[in-house]
Design a protein around this ligand. Structure first.
Ligand code: 13P
Length: 301
């Protein structure tokens, strides 16, 4: 059954001159059929570089929107259009306008986990992989940072810049606690702790490394340590274990699962290629203005 599905996907992908991009949190079988996997920054860059007519984006909707904004000539399909991001939904245009009114002489940075409208209204976008670099590149004015208060707080501490933070957070990363990490550290004092910057502040402070999902591969590569505590969505364990079979990876919490990231299945990928649905479409003015902040983001890739 699964083999048949994969066979159909591979054939249709060729017929449609399509590529499949999958985020590191996707189901293992979806990561396996992807032409490229990665973190948000890598996938955004891939969307602009890959030569194809169609991108099937296996991730959440803001990632598909980002690919469409950066590559408008390609058709970008979301196999599951309801796969949203609660963090991205925590700041809308009205909230951003209010923050801008309160701080009129400021620059706005939006995390890539945001709507196209919020990107269009921001000066520059960033991902967890380059947020520190983006903030360091800006001089003088106060910086409004939306929507993630934890990533924003982390960047503020690292750079010492004047950041005005929104209140958003990722409900999935919020499930990770320092108690869970300490309990694992007690059993494995040698384990290296790496966490995503969407984790709560005390969790970030307890970590050896704070990194985007793909930067976690680099941390493992650069150390001889054998055991790692991985503070992010559970899907990340699959590519880590696959790439480093001689190392061990432990999640602080077994319920750190993003339900939206798990909505995309092989069946839906096939249906998407068959029906050419669901296409990402955006208002052309929003797309043009969001492109500016995404292009500035890619300068710091
Ligand atoms: P990365 O860019 O680190 O892969 O993170 C994406 C994300 O949505 C985390 O919740």
């Amino acid at each position: 059954m699964k083999d048949k599905l994969i066979e159909q996907i591979v054939k249709l992908k060729k017929d449609r001159n399509a590529v499949i991009l999958a985020h590191n949190y996707q189901l293992p079988e979806v990561q396996e059929i992807a032409d490229a996997t990665g973190d948000s920054l890598e996938l955004a860059r891939k969307a602009t570089q890959i030569d194809c007519d169609v991108i099937v984006f296996c991730g959440v909707s803001f990632m598909g929107e980002t690919a469409h904004i950066l590559s408008p000539k390609k058709t970008v399909l979301l196999p599951e259009p309801s796969a949203g991001c609660p963090l991205a939904d925590m700041v809308d245009l009205e909230d951003l306008h209010t923050m801008k009114e309160e701080h009129p002489d400021s620059i706005t940075i939006c995390y890539v986990n945001s709507s196209a409208e919020v990107k269009a209204e921001s000066d520059i976008c960033c991902t967890s992989a380059n947020a520190v670099k983006v903030v360091q590149s800006l001089n003088g004015k106060p910086i409004i940072f939306v929507p993630c208060r934890h990533l924003g707080g982390y960047v503020k501490r690292v750079t010492g810049k004047d950041l005005i933070l929104a209140r958003g957070f990722c409900p999935t990363h919020h499930r990770i606690s320092t108690n869970q990490i300490e309990a694992l550290k007690e059993k494995m004092p040698d384990a290296v702790v790496m966490v995503h910057p969407e984790c709560k502040t005390d969790v970030i402070e307890a970590a050896d490394h704070v990194c985007s999902t793909s930067q976690m591969f680099r941390v493992v590569e650069q150390t001889t340590a054998k055991r790692f505590i991985v503070g992010t969505e559970l899907g990340m364990l699959y590519p880590l274990k696959k790439k480093f079979p001689d190392r061990e990876f432990f999640p602080p919490s077994d319920d750190c699962v993003c339900p939206n990231m798990k909505k995309t299945t092989l069946e839906k990928v096939l249906r998407s290629l068959e029906t050419m649905e669901h296409r990402v479409e955006l208002d052309s003015d929003v797309r043009r203005r969001a492109l500016r902040s995404l292009e500035r983001m890619l300068e710091h890739a």
